[in-house]
Structure formats: structure tokens, C-alpha cells
Design a protein around this ligand. Sequence first.
Ligand SMILES: CC(C)(COP(=O)(O)OP(=O)(O)OC[C@H]1O[C@@H](n2cnc3c(N)ncnc32)[C@H](O)[C@@H]1OP(=O)(O)O)[C@@H](O)C(=O)NCCC(=O)NCCS
Length: 144
Amino acid sequence: MQTLLRPLTAAAYDQAIALWQACEGIGLSDADSRCGITKYLERNPGCSFGAWDGERLVGTILGGHDGRRGYIHHLAVHPDYRKRGIGRRLAEATLSALKAEGINKCHLFIFNDNAEGIGFWESLGWTLRKDISVISLVLEKGTC
Ligand SMILES: CC(C)(COP(=O)(O)OP(=O)(O)OC[C@H]1O[C@@H](n2cnc3c(N)ncnc32)[C@H](O)[C@@H]1OP(=O)(O)O)[C@@H](O)C(=O)NCCC(=O)NCCS
């Protein structure tokens, strides 16, 4: 049976967080609380997708933009469902939604040691930047 893609909503949070916890390469933080993800999805409607095998959530991608550039987070496919094109379909769905919003370039964060993930993105034509580092600051501890 073909895995179906549907827009991701907060109703799928419990399945999504379980999937992310089961996937190496996905970094989780307080931003991934139920209310953090709900806020993210409300702020970026139609740009995040889930891959469903019946009622089972087997893949996710979060997409959004700030009006200038697009950003992708939490592309994850359950280990039992990999190498079937689901990751590619999820990436294409989010990129086409971002393009429809007038976004013409997209970035994502990935751990330096995630060779599998980097290989995946490079196979889709993405370029690993060597000229940029991420600098972060915690503004306030806690959740939303
Ligand atoms: C990365 C990940 C999402 C890929 O999902 P997937 O469903 O297995 O990927 P796909 O089957 O759609 O692969 C798409 C293409 O990428 C290629 N590819 C996948 N993994 C690759 C790798 N490690 N190196 C090179 N190419 C790779 C495939 O060959 C395929 O190309 P093809 O269609 O020409 O054969 C999955 O491995 C995963 O969930 N990893 C853990 C979480 C993670 O690291 N996410 C990325 C961080 S943002």
C-alpha cells in the first residue's frame, strides 16, 4: 500500500514525538513540546507534512519561513520505512509549499556527524555549507 502524505497537524503530536525519539539524527529540545510544535504548525500552515501508513505516522517534515528564507526541521522516516522514497516525497511536498509562498531558497540545520542525513540531502541536490556556523543564545528557559 502506498504511504500517503497529508499536512501535519497538532493532532498528530503524540505520534510525531514518538517517531522523532526513535530516529537518530533528530535533535529534540524544549521547542519540541506539544505547545511549541502547535505554535510552529499554526504559524506555518500547509508547509509541514506527515507520511501515513493507514493510521500510523511513519514520516514527518516541518517546514516554515520568515518571509525571506525557508527552513526545514525534523525530516524523519521510521527505520522500517526508509529507502522507499518517503523522505524524498516529504522534502518535495514542503519545498513546493514554500515555493508557492514565494520562497526561493531554503536552509536546514543538521548535525555534523549525521553522514546519512547529509548524504540524503546531497543526493537531492542540496549543498553542505562549510562557510557558516550556527551561533545560539537561550533567551528564556522553559516552554511556551
Ligand atoms: C534521512 C532520511 C529522512 C531519508 O529518508 P528515506 O525515506 O530513507 O529517503 P528516500 O528513500 O526518500 O531517499 C531519497 C534519495 O536519497 C538517497 N539517499 C538516501 N539516503 C542516502 C544516503 N545516506 N546517502 C546517499 N543517498 C541517500 C536515496 O538513494 C534516494 O535516491 P533515489 O531516489 O535516487 O534512489 C532517513 O534516513 C531518516 O529519517 N534519518 C534519520 C533522521 C535524519 O537524520 N533526518 C535528517 C536530518 S534533517
